[in-house]
Design a protein around this ligand. Structure first.
Ligand code: GLA
Length: 409
């Protein structure tokens, strides 16, 4: 931390050069691989208005330096996926929304280690910049996501700080994506939301060993208040789709932790790739193409993906027309497909979806996220009572994506 009363000449570079740090970040991130964003606006600037060296009252640079706090505060929301499950890894369509639950990371920049404490964790995340320890082997477990971001972004400067969140942890609302995105911004990441999402997707992969798609990080980075995001995961075009006021979105926790998600997620992804080897890209395949797959399991996996992409298109049309019953039916069909064809549901999730759909004012429900436990998402009339099924639930609102709320001064 720069805390010198008398320092070098005001023309000298600062000891902690935030611009240099962000340059390093930009170079070390995957800018050459990134496509220019089409519809996503740039992230708000992280340079505070009037930020710079202290000036004397005469307008000349002061000879004596003041303490220059380098505190950065960044926040990133969790997400819920309305429909479009297990389609992102084959370049298909998804319809997630950022939610009004966020992770806030506050860092005092400086030094060559990133040291974060969390209100929710007994042990700190301590990550040495340039460490050779693979992020997936770091302890405590939550520090792996911090280490993943550090490994991908390679920031020049670390810091000390704190993490707070009201995203339910481990419930399938992408608490890890929210952490990654907030840490990346707090470390000075500069780029588009798509670049931010791609960097954090890589961070998640190295931290968890799961070959996840881009949906969670992109929803967190690019969320638009009042809207879900129609994402084409091949082109990475993002189109905000308004959520009607009359719709209440509720996330219901099955209480079942996602035990098999790590191993089975990779297996499903490999099966989709095997199906693509037989009939070409699933994102442009038809149900008739799928019927040509000889292996019955691969055929089912591919049928889920192809029909799910169709359901996303139909769901967007239903949202635009305010056809909430139609939207609800699509969610239920999606759940059935995840259960029968993609086989990522559980008996607990199936019962929860059925129980939710029996309640008055509920238009539809389905498991959301990777499956094997986690949460269901349900669509309710705005004035309908949230069903009390004896499990945790949260009413969530479509919210804005990640931002820096306090830039370094
Ligand atoms: C997880 C992954 C996402 C996506 C979903 C399933 O949340 O991180 O990329 O594949 O599962 O739709």
């Amino acid at each position: 931390m720069v805390d010198a009363e008398v320092g070098p000449s005001p023309d000298a570079p600062p000891a902690l050069d935030v611009q240099a740090a962000t340059r390093t970040v930009t170079t070390a991130s995957h800018s050459s691989r990134h496509r220019a964003p089409t519809t996503v606006p740039p992230l708000p600037s992280r340079r505070a208005p009037g930020a710079g060296w202290p000036k004397s009252t005469a307008g000349r640079p002061a000879r004596t330096w003041q303490a220059r706090p380098m505190t950065v505060v960044a926040r990133a929301p969790g997400r819920v996926n309305l429909i479009g499950e297990h389609t992102d890894t084959t370049g298909g369509l998804v319809l997630p929304m950022a939610i009004d639950r966020r992770t806030v990371v506050e860092i005092e920049r400086g030094g060559s280690t990133l040291h974060l404490v969390s209100d929710d964790e007994p042990d700190a995340a301590v990550v040495a910049l340039g460490s050779s320890v693979p992020p997936a082997e770091v302890h405590p477990v939550w520090a792996r996501y911090v280490a993943g971001v550090v490994e991908v972004l390679r920031p020049a400067v670390g810091g000390r700080g704190r993490v707070r969140t009201d995203v339910p942890i481990g419930a399938g609302l992408s608490s890890s994506a929210a952490l990654e995105v907030a840490v990346a911004l707090a470390l000075g990441f500069e780029g588009t939301p798509i670049e931010l999402a791609r960097a954090c997707q890589s961070a998640e992969q190295v931290a968890s060993g799961v070959p996840c798609g881009i949906m969670d990080q992109l929803a967190s980075a690019a969320g638009v208040e009042g809207h879900a995001l129609l994402v084409d995961c091949h082109t990475l075009d993002v189109e905000p789709v308004q959520i009607p006021d009359g719709l209440r979105i509720v996330v219901v926790d099955s209480g079942q932790r996602r035990a098999l998600a790590t191993s089975e997620y990779g297996a499903r992804r490999a099966q989709c790739e095997a199906a693509e080897a037989a009939i070409g890209p699933l994102r442009s395949a038809t149900v008739a193409d799928v019927e040509r797959i000889a292996d019955a399991v691969l055929r089912r996996r591919a049928r889920h993906v192809v029909t799910e992409n169709e359901r996303v298109r139909a769901a967007v049309a239903a949202l635009r027309e305010g056809a909430v019953d139609e939207l609800g039916s699509l969610l239920v069909d999606g759940h059935r497909s995840l259960r029968n064809d993609f086989e990522v549901s559980t008996a607990v999730l199936d019962e929860l979806v059925e129980a939710l759909c029996r309640r008055p004012g509920v238009h539809g429900a389905r498991l959301t996220g990777a499956g094997f436990g986690g949460c269901c998402v349900a669509l309710l009339d705005a004035d309908a009572e949230v069903p009390d099924l004896g499990v945790r639930s949260w009413v969530v609102r479509p919210s804005a994506g990640a931002s820096v709320v306090q830039a370094p001064t």
